[in-house]
Design a protein around this ligand. Sequence first.
Ligand code: FAD
Length: 400
Amino acid sequence: MGELIINHELCNMCERCVSACPFQALEISSDLLQVTDECVLCGACVEECPEGALKITSRVEGREGWDTESWNGVMVFVEQIFHTDQKNTIHPVVFELIGKGAELADVRGVELTAVVMGDKLKGAIETLKGYPLDRICCLRDKSLRNFRSDSWSAALAELIEERKPEIFLCGATSLGRALFPRIAAHLHAGLTADCTGLRIDPEEGLLEQTRPAFGGNIMAEIVCPEHRPQMATVRPNVLESRESSEKREVETIDFSPSQEALSSSLEVLDEYFEVGQDEDLSEADVVIAGGMGVGSEKGFDLIREVAESVDAAVGASRAAVDAGWIEYHHQVGQTGRTVQPRLYIACGISGAVQHLVGMQSADKVIAINTDPGAPIFESSDLGLVGDLHRILPRLKERLR
Ligand code: FAD
């Protein structure tokens, strides 16, 4: 997995690395700088060392000499949602990835390719023609009808080895979270999961990937300088979605994975289509969310009543979900859903960073809280200091 190497000839024992290490993994012992088993190779010490005395050896085994220059272009994985009527639709996150992918490809002056796979691709290809793509790459096979993590990842790894994109993106959906780590393992590439932002360095072509770290207390910027492709899964609803425009001809190419890649150890016995409420929350124009300030399970009836009166979806903080007041699929935040409504009303929610990452893309935020110093007010367009049990009934009346 790699190693932290200390060049003792260059090290002047200034101990800046010791202070910089978040894991207390460096110490001075026997008059020498030593690294302990606590080291996770985060690289904080390497950046801090003024003498260049610290170095991390390659963190990925099995592949030597990556010629990063020969990897070129941006690729986006097109996830489809399967419906009972056999008419598949494209997951909304794909249009967000295409928007960002087009921006990254423009900065780099490279092409943008969408990768679509399954047994029937016609509908998806037609839809994709309304987007700014240079190419649509199709992996079409009967065996790809259902998602199987082993064969899908092996097939996509073969495609990546052949086409060599410098960037490969996917939504951080349940499917993306199962698929992308396996592709990265096939390729011996890195992967930044669950990103909330992406930027590109135009000269170096390094993808700067932002994601919450250390329980959401910091936003980490991750780069992958040595391996290709630079792979990331991105949370739905954090990037701006690209609108469809007039359809045009886009080059469509077929890629046939080997029979070995297509063979799977998973057998699909039956198919069930779940009609969940999760999509309602992610797609809602207005979300009214409750936290511990709601006070009880019954307290959420008031949130629901107000939500119903304006056709809004109901959201919740994790603390309210953990208290058993409302089901998990209402949870907004780092370990819940990411929402991007036009209006988010946070009722009795303090505004912990793990909650904010799930709703900070809302156009307008209104917060109701008894504590004028609650952090949620810093992220709100309008703040109402007061008891939600008094304010919400009046709001409901006014809305009626
Ligand atoms: P509290 O922090 O207890 O806040 C309650 C607020 O209600 C207070 O500000 C109070 O002033 C106000 N209040 C009380 N009574 C009233 C009243 N009558 N009227 C109006 N206001 C009132 N949290 C999430 O929400 N989503 C996540 O996905 C998530 N993921 C996490 C992941 C990790 C790894 C960790 C460590 C934490 C995560 N959390 C998440 C938890 C998060 O840190 C907070 O603990 C949680 O968001 C707090 O919920 P809350 O605001 O409802 O409760």
